[in-house]
Design a protein around this ligand. Sequence first.
Ligand code: FUB
Length: 469
Amino acid sequence: MIHRNLKYMALPFLLAGTAVFAQNPVIQTHFTPDPAPMVYKNKLYVYTGDDQPGFDFYTMTKWRVHSTEDMVNWTDHGVPISLESFRWARDRAWAAQCIERNGKFYWYICAQTVDNNMAIGVAVSDSPVGPFKDALGKPLVTTGTWDNIDPTVFIDDDGQAYLYWGNSRLFYAKLNKDMISYAGKITEIPQSVESFGGLRRPGRSDEVLQKQEKFEDVYVEGPWLYKRNNQYYMMYAGMTGKTECLSYATSVSPTGPWKYRGKIMTDQPTNSFTNHGGIIDFKGKSYLFYHTGLLPNGGSYGRSTAVEEFQYNPDGSIPKITMTKEGVKSVATLNPFQRNEAETMAWSEKCSTSENKKNGVYVSDTRMGGFVKVRAVDFGTNGASEFSASVAAGIDGGILEVHLDDPKGPKIASVDVPRTGGWEDFKTVSSKISEEISGVHDVYFVFQGKNITAGRVLFNFDYWSFKKK
Ligand code: FUB
């Protein structure tokens, strides 16, 4: 039933209440390990891998991109590259990082080659979300070993770009201006207690490291190079003894010598061995991206991106950062009076996302009682008069309800989703709004159906908007 003539204003207690909702992991529709953030124009992009449920190893085949303008609502840009994009790659689509130079985007990836070693490749695009194309048709770095994983890329103020990478051992090369070739030799960074907290000698497996009682730290993998106030930072996955942690070293030069500065994040739940992070500033705040196995059905091979805000200490050191469920606060509001993609979301349950050539990414696999939550939606002072959504259903369809501030909060709109003729045959449905809504709210798009068995897929949902009153 639609409640008429009720007023839904953003009350301070409502907003305070919604702030304690979980926000980490930031993406729930897919696993998103090895987050690599990049800021371009007004958006923060996060490039990740894709863990596949059901495997007991890092059996990964593709890479994903999401973006945000407000740090809480994330837009899914799908899968711009996969193993198929690199004809030399056959497995292990592992950690990667993307960077912009002169309007082109270079996405450095690592993957297993046909001769079963690991190599680093680079895909290039004119847009941060693709389409990307293998720039070389062959690896950029290949030395016939397993060392070549986890590339991190950084362009210094003088224009020199550096590519670092490595598992147990840490290497770098100076990239040429074309970003798809390097000059000179590959250099290995020496490791010691002073530089990375310890030395991981060849032959010391993770199991051996974990059993050691007196264990300080070592460089394991996942380097992340950046510069702040003339200091170079190298964050990396180090070791707590049971799981990886995130540790860092600093230097006055991008090529070292590096000085060990300690552990940043040590509370990795033991259901995931790895942690892998990236640090970035966005809209005046500093953020640490990392991954955990904390999504339902997650674990060591089902890892998801999470993010925490932090402040550097006055001397430039990084404080200890704790993993939280609440994550970060929004840094902007979302405008409901424009087309918003349904795959822009702060939290979702009982749904996934899919993509096709015509519609791009859309919300799919919606099931009864599931929802997409969008945070910090600003209805202004006059509110909305109509809600519209683009939906598709191959069989029965269902009902798309719009609730404020809680999945069971005030229902401000409800649209019937008819059988549209196909799962990708999208039609616009709308509903008038008689309630007076004002201010900033969290909005929940809740999936319902009539006479439909629980668990059945209801409909697909591509985009939505409100009309201003
Ligand atoms: O995701 C596969 C591998 O696990 C990455 O390359 C490592 O950094 C670790 O996170």
